[in-house]
Design a protein around this ligand. Structure first.
Ligand SMILES: Nc1ncnc2c1ncn2[C@@H]1O[C@H](COP(=O)(O)OP(=O)(O)OP(=O)(O)O)[C@@H](O)[C@H]1O
Length: 567
């Protein structure tokens, strides 16, 4: 590959050559328009919310940048580990050009789409880099120069990147140094706040270098176990015995170490208060799941069964294993057993030539989520019961049972106990699945404080902390019937927050608000109320079922089911 630079541009090092080669491999052309694939404002706010702790640490390090920046025309950017800019601040004169070049929040600077660039290249190489003027792969970016330094977690995972960008002619080497200093300051803050850390130890080549942002820093537990390290410390770790070092340091705060380095122990970091014991049903469910007890989730459509299962999986001991979700109501009747338990190659006419693993075996070492379990036909229920009892599967066409290690969570919007009483669900399977029942209430049964908390959480998740309801609107929302439960509420708030540009939501930002009843409907009236509301919306949509389901925030299947439900 030939790289031709203007005489004024420094020749690239190996890192940039590798990056240019990658840019070519990605099929990019230098004269193409760079496409930063900007995120929608809502998605950007979600990401900023997800990374709010990192952003708050960056804010604390900001005085470093502000002091240094005086008189310089440059911008500081922070991008997450996927190259999405979450913060852009600094000189507004350069800001206009920066915006034109998509150095603004929401833009994504992957190497795959933008070619060689400081953010994308620093992320892929996991090391700091300056990309000056025409060293950018895309001509369009040749007018700027950028220096970026990655930020790592105390465990060494890449969290994001700090970048300082300026006009190509105005870049200086201290921009990379400042980006590095900011990144190190953030890493040190992360190391210092490690949970259970009692000791922080700085390492440097001499006493003068200790406790500087660029010194190595490690966090230790009371017994000397290593909890985390900044990037500088990581290079020492292979030669370091933290427990022995701590013993030594407890004799005297400043101690020579190993290869003549000076060491300093700092005051014990304040221990974090232990979380209060959690006696909620969800905590009980998690504890039981971790002991292999099957869970049963009951709740109307949209009450958050799927959402809850995903959260339980994330928090469980099986978080590293798969979560295999099966909608039992959507399995084709004639293939249910093959889909669940798998089959040998060519086991039956029309079967997969290579055989099929089946959902149960796919959940090995993880969690099998059987959604809409009430829809499973009786014959399949019998086989499922055997699989749950024996924790082995015999795929169709096989003879040998195969052990499978999985936990099961089942969910249904139908009342399974009633189905058992009516003979539509096997009693023994019901007892086997129902190690512990978690019932998710419909929104109409939420207390006012619980409802407010949910609305605030959803607004925060969807639109960030500045989005809130105008006075009086909470009461209006609480009075609505919400047949689609959280799904419907979420959709209404998503639309409202966008219309309100993430600020104060007024009544006119709520076009899809369900009509409030005179009072909250009594439970026994709910079927009638729901059906009336569905018919009303259907009429408003001229019988268009998809549109009505969208407005109500429920699926089309649910809409049909609601209309067909026996009175
Ligand atoms: N606690 C929660 N916080 C935020 N969002 C939630 C919560 N619970 C549910 N949601 C959201 O509400 C919507 C519906 O949730 P979910 O699909 O989990 O409901 P469900 O009970 O499984 O519904 P169905 O029975 O119709 O499948 C989803 O968009 C989900 O992200």
């Amino acid at each position: 590959m030939t790289m031709i630079y203007p005489a004024s541009t420094p020749q690239p090092g190996e890192l940039l050559i590798r990056s240019w080669q990658r840019s070519q491999t990605f099929g990019l052309q230098r004269h193409h328009t760079a496409d930063p694939c900007c995120l929608s404002p809502a998605e950007l706010r979600r990401r900023q919310q997800r990374h709010r702790h990192l952003l708050s640490l960056l804010q604390k390090a900001m005085p470093l940048f502000e002091q240094w920046q005086q008189g310089r025309h440059c911008r500081l950017l922070f991008a997450d580990a996927e190259g999405t800019i979450l913060l852009s601040t600094g000189d507004s004169r350069f800001g206009d050009r920066a915006r034109r070049l998509a150095l603004a929040t929401g833009a994504r600077w992957h190497e795959q789409t933008m070619g060689t660039n400081a953010i994308g290249t620093a992320l892929l190489e996991q090391q700091e880099v300056s990309v000056l003027g025409e060293q950018h792969y895309m001509h369009a970016n040749g007018t700027i120069s950028c220096s970026a330094s990655p930020v790592f977690s105390p465990a060494g995972e890449l969290l994001g990147v700090i970048d300082i960008s300026s006009e190509a002619g105005e870049h200086s080497t201290d921009m990379l140094l400042t980006a590095r200093l900011m990144a190190l300051t953030m890493e040190n803050a992360l190391v210092s706040e490690q949970q259970d850390a009692c000791w922080l130890v700085s390492l440097a080549s001499d006493a003068a270098g200790l406790q500087q942002p660029w010194s190595a820093l490690i966090a230790l537990r009371e017994d000397g176990r290593l909890l985390g390290a900044n990037r500088r410390a990581r290079q020492w770790l292979p030669r370091l015995d933290p427990a022995a070092l701590l013993r030594q340091l407890r004799q005297g705060e400043l101690t020579p170490w190993g290869e003549g380095m000076a060491l300093l122990s700092r005051k014990p970091a304040p221990a974090r208060p232990r979380p209060q014991a959690d006696h909620s049903p969800e905590a009980a469910a998690l504890k039981l799941l971790n002991h292999g007890v099957p869970l049963l989730l009951q709740g109307e459509t949209g009450t958050g069964k799927d959402h809850r299962v995903r959260r339980l999986h994330r928090q469980s001991r099986r978080a590293q294993g798969p979560l295999v979700a099966v909608n039992c109501g959507a399995l084709p009747a004639e293939l249910i057993e093959a889909e669940l338990f798998g089959h040998a190659p060519g086991a039956f006419t029309g079967s997969h030539k290579a055989g099929r693993t089946g959902y149960v075996r796919a959940a090995h070492r993880g969690i099998l989520f059987l959604d809409e379990i009430g829809e499973l036909p009786l014959a399949a229920q019998t086989r499922l019961l055997r699989v749950l009892q024996e924790k082995t599967v015999v795929p169709l066409g096989c003879h040998e049972p195969e052990p499978v290690d999985f936990c099961v969570i089942a969910a249904s919007h139908k009342n399974l106990a009633t189905m058992v009483a009516e003979g539509r669900f096997r009693e023994d399977l019901y007892f086997r699945l129902n190690g512990y029942t978690l019932t998710l209430p419909p929104l109409r049964e939420y207390t006012r404080p619980a409802f407010e908390q949910l609305v605030e959480q959803l607004l925060n998740e969807l639109h960030g902390e500045h989005c809130r309801l105008a006075p009086g609107l909470m009461a209006r929302l609480y009075a609505c019937p919400w047949p689609g439960n959280i799904r419907q509420l979420r959709q209404v708030l998503e639309v409202a927050g966008i219309l309100a540009d993430g600020g104060m939501i007024e009544l006119h930002h709520l076009p899809g608000l369900p009509t409030p009843g005179e009072a909250k409907p009594a439970v026994q009236d709910l079927k009638t109320t729901t059906e009336q509301r569905i018919r009303q919306v259907l009429a408003e949509c001229d019988g268009n079922v998809s549109e009505a389901a969208r407005r109500l925030g429920i699926s089309r299947t649910t809409l049909y089911a609601r209309l067909k439900a026996p009175r």
